[in-house]
Design a protein around this ligand. Structure first.
Ligand SMILES: *Cc1c(COP(=O)(O)O)cnc(C)c1O
Length: 345
């Protein structure tokens, strides 16, 4: 059997920018260390590629959401550095955590009970200070099950750190109060945006995710955080359009003159949704506007600005996250995590 031919989409991961983003966030965290959220396959960029880069840069705390995400990360870092945010939801989660040595994040009295009944051991505790997602509520913090835990990290998560919301200071205050009554080895509150809120929010460990990958959740991070993901797509056909020819589903574009158009393999399954359809692809400095709608697995671009383009040539998909979020209505998180599996990473 011949080798499988390479895909017509590729995602260049700028490892230097990724490492530099971690170092910048670690520095901004002051006396705290920065960890790394690598859940959702490192926000779509590939945990297998991202984890060793961050580990080499100096990260020692890695957060995944699901138990299914553990093995990929364990290829690159020791189990005690891996935390599972969703916690032991079922008995087998606790058994698995103990067997491989990763840290569960305990999110409720029930999870604390499950962890203790299956043998206990070092864990993290998530307390809810106002997001009402996962986390032990403040009313339950005095429960004997919580007191019995062997807590490495006491953590909470900010709901609105990307905004100048009064909730930030309220959550900080509540976290300080809980920290006064629950003893843990380390305390952690800030995500990427939380790091930009200042040293009050840093405690012992910060947990950046989106900003590692080039996302800019707050203006303070612009100018520091570098783009990490660089998607590229191949032209799979060049067509000549005549005046009156329409393009793609619903014939949403009609040519008014003879022109060259490129059919590019980029579509919904690659995270390229119709709400991004008014954009451009690039070939070097040349801007190639999209013609018509994203049509399943393909888009068609105007090649008039780049007459030299031939079938098989690679185009750049602009990936400036804040600008794309603004233009599409999708969040920077959604734009990253929906990149899809067809890119060669
Ligand atoms: C996802 C997540 C983070 C990282 O958040 P970003 O906004 O991507 O920096 C940190 N902590 C917890 C608990 C998370 O779920």
């Amino acid at each position: 059997m011949p080798d499988l031919p390479p895909p017509s989409l590729r995602l260049r991961l700028d490892e230097e920018a990724l490492a530099a983003n971690w170092r910048a966030l670690d520095t901004m965290s002051g006396t705290a260390s920065a960890g790394a959220a690598v859940k959702a396959d490192a926000y779509g960029l590939g945990a297998d590629k991202v984890t060793p880069v961050l580990s080499d840069a100096g990260a020692r705390d890695f957060f995944v959401a699901h138990w299914s995400e553990v093995p990929q990360v364990l290829h690159h870092v020791p189990p005690a550095q891996v935390s599972v945010l969703h916690g032991p939801v079922r008995g087998e989660d606790a058994i698995y955590a103990r067997a491989v040595g990763v840290r569960p994040v305990i999110n409720s009295i029930e999870q604390a009970k499950r962890w203790l009944e299956t043998g206990g051991g070092p864990c993290h505790l998530m307390v809810d200070t106002g997001i009402n997602r996962l986390g032990v509520s403040l009313a339950d913090i005095g429960d004997p099950m919580i007191a019995a835990l062997e807590i490495d990290l006491l953590m909470s998560h900010l709901a609105s750190a990307d905004e100048d919301s009064a909730l930030n200071a309220r959550q900080l205050e509540r976290f300080r109060t809980v920290g006064g009554s629950v003893s843990a080895l380390r305390y952690s509150l800030a995500n990427s945006a939380g790091i930009a809120l200042g040293s009050d929010y840093a405690f012992d460990l910060t947990r950046p995710g989106i900003a590692l990958y080039g996302g800019i959740p707050r203006g303070e991070l612009a100018g520091t955080i570098r783009q990490v993901a660089h998607p590229q797509v191949a032209v799979i056909q060049v067509r000549k359009l005549a005046p009156g020819d329409s393009v793609g589903y619903n014939a949403a574009f009609t040519a008014h003159e003879e022109m060259r158009a490129g059919v590019v393999s980029l579509g919904y399954a690659d995270g390229f949704l119709r709400c991004r359809g008014s954009g451009v692809l690039r070939c070097g400095e040349a801007r190639l506007p999209l013609l018509g709608k994203v049509s399943m697995d393909m888009v068609v671009v105007d090649l008039r600005a780049a007459p030299a383009i031939r079938e098989g040539d690679w185009l750049d998909v602009p990936f400036d996250l804040p600008a794309m979020a603004e233009a599409s209505g999708l969040s920077q998180y959604e734009l990253l995590t929906t990149l899809g599996r067809r890119f060669r990473r």
